[in-house]
Design a protein around this ligand. Structure first.
Ligand code: SF4
Length: 241
């Protein structure tokens, strides 16, 4: 029988690779849902990608797994069907800004009352580390082994994409250290509070490491995100109505 070769990654208890940012972000979401007292009526809509491992016994709330790139319209449907629920889409940058970019744009344009949390690690994670719209110039990926050609490909910043549409809140944080993680948690909390207050569309992007696909140690990858990714993806609150 042929040998089955598994991807070279070391799993932590949630199923994510060690040093992955997804688990930290899910932890922040869980804390916020508890603190706002809405965990019992939360519906998580997960991309069929790395973030979806929060559905494997990590998060104790209702959840739906959407096709790749489609958590935002699925969350929109769930919110429409259950308007009293607190619905959020949790997805990666490739899913949100490439595969599902049309849905993102039109949901933001309508200002639909929902919360979107995007984990930006500058590559497609689950599918094997291919170049994404968020890949940095010269960054090596599985599909740009010599580095992303900056003369040919741009870097997509979500604020440029939807910042002038009809969103209520757009913010970007990181999970580099305790202070930055606390700031990011506050952003996530505001994004959920906006939905509770029926204020419209909120998106928080969290810069996070994917050590497996960037071929770095967790510490190296964390430093890369903090020092390099933030040059293209500045932190802060960009829309706050
Ligand atoms: S491949 Fe990357 S994003 Fe996916 S679980 Fe591993 S470290 Fe996280």
């Amino acid at each position: 029988m042929a040998e089955v070769r598994l991807p070279k990654r070391i799993m932590n208890s949630g199923g994510w690779c060690q040093g992955c940012g997804h688990g930290v972000v899910v932890r922040l979401i869980a804390e916020v849902l508890d603190e706002l007292g809405v965990a019992d009526k939360a519906i998580a809509v997960e991309d069929v990608a790395c973030g979806s491992m929060s559905m494997s016994g990590v998060l104790n709330c209702d959840a739906i797994m959407a096709a790749h790139g489609r958590p935002i319209p699925v969350a929109n449907g769930a919110k429409g069907a259950r308007p009293d629920s607190i619905v959020y889409a949790h997805l990666g940058d490739g899913s949100a800004y490439s595969i599902g970019s049309a849905e993102l744009v039109h949901t933001a344009l309508r200002g639909d009352n929902m919360t979107v949390i995007v984990v930006n690690n500058t590559v497609y994670g689950m599918t094997g580390g291919q170049m994404a719209p968020t890949t940095l110039p010269a960054e090596k990926t599985a599909s740009s082994p010599k580095g992303k050609d900056a003369d040919r490909y741009g870097v997509l910043n979500v604020v440029d994409l939807i910042g002038k549409l009809n969103a209520t809140y757009i913010a970007r944080g990181e999970i580099y250290d305790v202070a930055s993680t606390a700031k990011t948690k506050a952003m996530i909390k505001k994004a959920f509070q906006n939905q509770i207050d029926n204020k419209g569309f909120s998106l928080v992007e969290v810069l996070a490491p994917c050590p497996t696909n960037l071929h770095m140690t967790p510490v190296q990858c964390k430093e890369f995100v903090h020092t390099e990714a933030t040059k293209f993806f500045p932190l802060g609150e960009f829309v706050d109505k």
